[in-house]
Ligand binder design. Structure first.
Ligand SMILES: Cc1cc2nc3c(=O)[nH]c(=O)nc-3n(C[C@H](O)[C@H](O)[C@H](O)COP(=O)(O)OP(=O)(O)OC[C@H]3O[C@@H](n4cnc5c(N)ncnc54)[C@H](O)[C@@H]3O)c2cc1C
Ligand code: SF4
Length: 331
């Protein structure tokens, strides 16, 4: 086991200053991802700063205007069980409940969830196989290796990994913001810009910089929020990451879609919004399956499957359709 020092923070400003000044320091919340990474030697921080004692970061606030603010230290199980979350944004509760296991959700924080790293087996392998995310410049073992679970959108020759968070897919569909605190104040990062595509910097997962602490995620009030659904397809029904998943939310006039929001998991290095499909779904009847299918297909012209994951192109479209139809049934 890699040795590290552990200290506890009770003041956010001091935690941020400590993080900014020490490139070997990592925040730790539930530890359910970070400790695994340390065991796999994919992360080797010298100091862990336990942020669980920071005040006011575990609150779940449902505002009268229909928006929602979830503190970064709120536990996944608490958010999933919150009545206002379930009523306003079923897609969030369902994404959380389909994640990991009950024990993990009791421990795992919201901030840690959106920060979790890819489950690419080469990245997590303690034998230190070629992996540009783990060791920049060493190559990508998955590009021509076992890549059944990998990306079909937005990948580069440098990395074909997918983002494993279910919650992140729901947040991307709902245009949430990540609220980040730093020495110079606070900034809001639109969720669709929070995670990066791999490009030629696969080691970089997201837009967070050193010296920045996630304090909350905010979900704006949405007409589509209540009629929403998260559908996850995986190799076994529990305790497994998504092969493909979809977050769908709709607003309707009668049976016709007024606006739709669709994002997918398991298909890219970040939650993947189906913007072309969304643009084509306006005015389409929820009963017109062929029209729904052809709108969704518009987002798949840019799909680029790898050697072992061609099946995801068809599977993902079916999952998006089913998620959309189920969301529509709730309208
Ligand atoms: C067996 C297993 C199965 C799983 N299955 C799923 C699944 O199906 N779906 C899914 O979505 N997830 C799944 N997970 C992942 C799990 O949800 C994450 O491990 C968890 O959400 C991470 O939260 P944490 O609080 O434990 O983070 P930690 O492990 O404490 O931290 C993770 C990272 O986030 C950083 N961090 C934490 N909080 C902050 C903050 N406030 N600001 C800035 N940085 C911060 C840490 O420095 C670290 O880099 C699974 C995990 C395991 C072990
Ligand atoms: S897909 Fe990304 S994480 Fe996996 S081996 Fe390639 S570079 Fe590493």
């Amino acid at each position: 086991m890699h040795p590290f020092g552990l200290s506890r923070a009770d003041d956010a400003a001091m935690a941020i200053a400590a993080h900014a000044g020490d490139p070997e320091l990592a925040f730790i919340a539930g530890g359910t991802d970070l400790l695994g990474l340390i065991k796999d030697r994919a992360a080797l921080p010298k100091h862990l700063l336990d942020i669980n004692g920071l005040p006011d970061m575990a609150r779940i606030d449902a505002a009268p205007d229909g928006s929602l603010r979830v503190g970064a230290l709120a536990r996944m199980s608490d958010v999933a069980a919150d009545q206002a979350v379930g009523r306003r944004f079923p897609v969030i509760a369902e994404a959380l409940l389909s994640s990991a296991s009950g024990q993990l959700r009791n421990m795992a924080s919201i901030g840690g969830n959106i920060m979790q790293r890819t489950r690419c087996a080469y990245f997590r392998d303690e034998d230190d196989l070629p992996c540009n995310k783990r060791r920049p410049g060493s190559g990508c073992s998955a590009l021509y290796g076992v890549n059944r679970n990998h990306a079909i959108f937005g990948w580069s020759d440098g990395c074909v990994a997918t983002n494993p968070s279910d919650f992140a897919v729901a947040l991307a569909a709902l245009d949430a913001n990540v609220i980040v605190r730093r020495t110079a104040g606070q900034r809001a990062i639109p969720f669709v810009d929070f995670h990066c595509l791999p490009g030629d910097m696969p080691e970089r997962d997201n837009a967070l910089r050193r010296g920045e602490l996630i304090v909350a995620v905010e979900v704006p009030a949405r007409g589509e929020g209540r009629a929403s659904h998260y559908l996850k397809v995986r190799d076994r029904q529990s305790y497994e990451f998504a092969l493909v998943s979809a977050a769908a939310a709709v607003a309707v006039d009668g049976r016709r879609i007024r606006s739709a929001r669709l994002a997918m998991g398991g298909v890219a290095h970040k939650p993947w919004r189906l913007t072309a499909a969304e643009a084509s779904l306006g005015g389409v009847s929820l009963d017109d399956t062929d029209a729904l299918k052809s709108a969704i297909a518009r987002s798949f012209v840019e799909a680029r499957p790898l050697t072992h994951n061609g099946f995801k192109v068809e599977l993902a479209q079916r999952v998006a359709l089913r998620a959309l139809e189920t969301a529509g049934e709730r309208a």
